[in-house]
Unconditional design. Structure first.
Length: 235
């Protein structure tokens, strides 16, 4: 399932004029930074480490200018942003969910340079609505400094959830947590006491000493702990 996508157009490495352009942007940002912000952060995490020190500093300055809504002088990182796409190579990056609901990045590293990909991620983030622009650009800044590449740990960090959680958990964490702890009881909001009781009961059932599968116990206990954290944090 496609969750977010950014289409870009890039000049060839041998072109005398370095140029980039944005194409179709499918970047959901609710709740911020959303799947769109996570995708842009993944692009930054994948290509940011390949920038030299001067380009990295310039990328962060550009992020700040975009966040403040300033007019962006050209060129940036030695590339010019334009609308015309004639003669440019198409590239696309995606955030998708597999059949199990796990998220993964599908990034095109066959075309373009690291500077072009980072620039396009920044310009795409700058087009986010003013109410969420800070969160989206902050996600991109996190990606630039991540150092470990795009993956589940980055998704978990940006979403504030444990690594490996499903798409449902990221999209609607409270509903997911209620289901994990079996607290979907006719719309009534559970109390802290209800949450703690349900957590203890489910934790006991998840333990191998009580007949649970050893190979599933650690994952189940992690889910229960995350569900308790979500519900107690919102109670």
């Amino acid at each position: 399932m496609l969750l977010a996508e950014v289409e870009t157009f890039l000049s060839r490495p041998v072109a005398p004029t370095r140029r980039v352009a944005l194409g179709r942007l499918d970047l959901p940002t609710d709740p911020a930074p959303g799947y769109g912000g996570i995708l842009l952060a993944g692009i930054a995490a994948a290509f940011g480490p390949e920038l030299d020190e001067d380009f990295s500093a310039e990328a962060r300055r550009l992020a700040l200018e975009l966040e403040r809504g300033r007019r962006i002088s050209q060129p940036r990182l030695r590339h010019r942003l334009q609308v015309d796409r004639v003669g440019l190579l198409r590239s696309a990056h995606r955030l998708v969910a597999d059949e199990s609901g796990s998220l993964r990045f599908e990034l095109d590293d066959e075309r373009g340079t690291p500077a072009q990909h980072v620039l396009c991620a920044l310009y795409a983030a700058g087009r986010a609505a003013p109410s969420v622009r800070h969160a989206v650009l902050d996600a991109v800044r996190t990606g630039l400094g991540w150092g470990a590449g795009p993956g589940p740990a980055l998704v978990a960090h940006l979403s504030g959830r444990s690594a490996g959680l499903s798409m449902e958990a990221l999209r609607d964490p409270i509903s997911w947590a209620l289901g994990v702890l079996d607290l979907r009881n006719g719309g009534r909001v559970p109390s802290r006491r209800d949450v703690q009781r349900a957590f203890r009961n489910q934790l006991r059932d998840a333990h191998p000493d009580h007949g649970a599968r050893d190979d599933r116990a650690a994952e189940r206990i992690s889910e229960l702990s995350e569900a308790r954290r979500i519900l107690l944090g919102s109670a």
